[in-house]
Design a protein around this ligand. Structure first.
Ligand code: ADP
Length: 395
């Protein structure tokens, strides 16, 4: 086991900067996932840890050692890839033990390690099988067992579940979590699938265009995204974004205003463009928002398309004066939209006029120009003077 430290890693190819000044520290025994859209630099960053890529700038440390110039085999890492390459003519036992036999471990030690690894990935009783007698998931487990027997300090996994069908992927997710719990080894995991990242990791490192956007526990990235990119990438369906202008006493968007003390939003001033973010589950029908401590004034909307998911219904809302019927007067107006998620027993249908509110404690504000988060929750930013009236006892 070992901690991993990346110090200002940059990787440039001729005309692409694949990784741009990435620094992070991964604790001993931690499960950290690199997540982000295709091409954001996840694999290149992991390859820098593995030693498969030489960074243009920066240092890589594993444990206390600077491994930047070490060969992959001398770094104490084991990799599991998306494309599992098992030797087709060898049975499971020989596939798992291949590396150990190459390193001339004695037979007794080889058997002990293989049986232990097979036990961890639940392949007991299958050691005599040939690869073509295994399912996709079982083959992936052989590949993982082959890494386990090497007793690595760090596991590096690059989209190891990408080729499996959806059901098996979910199953392997829980298996990998159990494996991590049992072995306690540091894991760096690469995926473009934010659900995988959210469910398995101690922390997730969100990358975009080669730059580290945020590294935090999954729920922190969900509840307190550092910027617009993280807010939009983490969570499915995605957070709603509505642009507005900070005015005296509030945030004004085309279709609604959120009352707040604009002077107390840090980093911006009246007149600045600010983007409001709200997740679908934090948009509520007015009549069902009684239990919420603090909500916005009602917003007129018209329901468009409904998507019943079984455990919830996604409701696409058209804001704007659509609700007042002025859409026909000016068809060029593109109404702002909001996605709302409601419980399946909600009495709602398409093309219905409704009033919705936003949970003020769940409103995020971002500086539109930079994308940086300004505040998460505007409950404490109540408009000046609209708070509790001072009583005589206060004065
Ligand atoms: P991800 O794993 O997030 O999909 P990668 O780390 O594979 O992204 O790639 C990051 C960027 O670097 C991409 O734009 C990719 O095209 C580029 N890249 C990766 N490897 C090479 C290479 N060997 N030569 C040139 N460009 C590369």
């Amino acid at each position: 086991m070992a901690r991993v430290r990346l110090e200002n890693i940059t990787k440039r190819y001729e005309d692409v900067t694949a990784v741009d000044d990435v620094s992070m520290e991964i604790e001993d025994g931690e499960f950290v996932t690199f997540v982000g859209p295709s091409g954001c630099g996840k694999s290149t960053t992991m390859e820098a840890v593995a030693g498969l890529t030489q960074p243009t700038e920066g240092r890589v440390y594993i444990g206390e050692d600077d491994v930047t110039n070490l060969a992959p085999k001398d770094r104490g890492v084991a990799m599991v890839f998306q494309n599992i390459a098992l030797f087709p003519h060898m049975n499971v036992y020989d596939n798992i033990s291949f590396g150990l036999r190459l390193r001339k471990y004695d037979d007794e030690e080889v058997r002990r390690r293989v049986e232990q690894a097979a036990d961890v990935v639940q392949l007991e009783g299958m050691l005599e099988r040939m690869p073509d007698e295994l399912s996709g998931g079982q083959r992936q487990r052989v590949a993982i067992a082959r890494s386990i027997v090497r007793n690595p300090d760090v596991f590096l996994m690059d989209e190891p579940l990408a080729n499996l069908d959806a059901k098996l992927r979910v199953h392997m997710r829980t298996e990998l979590q159990r494996l991590h719990r049992e072995l306690g080894t540091t894991v760096i995991y690469v995926t473009h699938d934010q659900a995988e990242a959210m469910t398995m990791s101690n922390r997730i490192a969100v990358l975009n265009e080669g730059r580290l956007q945020q590294i935090d526990p999954p729920l922190t990235c969900y509840n307190e995204p550092a910027n617009l990119f993280v807010a939009g990438f983490i969570g499915s369906p995605s957070m709603n974004f509505v642009e507005g202008e900070l005015v005296e006493g509030g945030l004004e968007t085309t279709n609604f205003t959120v009352d707040l003390d604009s002077t107390s939003v840090p980093g911006v001033t009246v007149g600045d463009t600010v983007t409001l973010g709200i997740r679908p589950e934090d948009v509520h029908l007015s009549q069902e928002a009684d239990s919420l401590a603090s909500v916005t004034a009602p917003i007129d909307a018209r329901t468009d398309v409904l998507e019943p998911m079984g455990d919830e219904i996604f409701v696409y809302l058209l804001l704007s004066e659509a609700a007042a019927g002025s859409m026909e007067e000016d068809p060029s107006t593109s109404p702002d939209q909001l996605l709302m998620s409601v419980t399946p027993d909600t009495d709602i249908e398409a093309e219905q006029d409704v009033e919705v509110v936003l949970d003020r404690s769940k409103i995020h504000l971002f500086e539109t120009a930079t994308g940086d988060a300004l505040v998460h929750g505007v409950t404490d930013l109540s408009e000046r003077g609209s708070g509790p009236t001072p009583t005589e006892a206060d004065s």
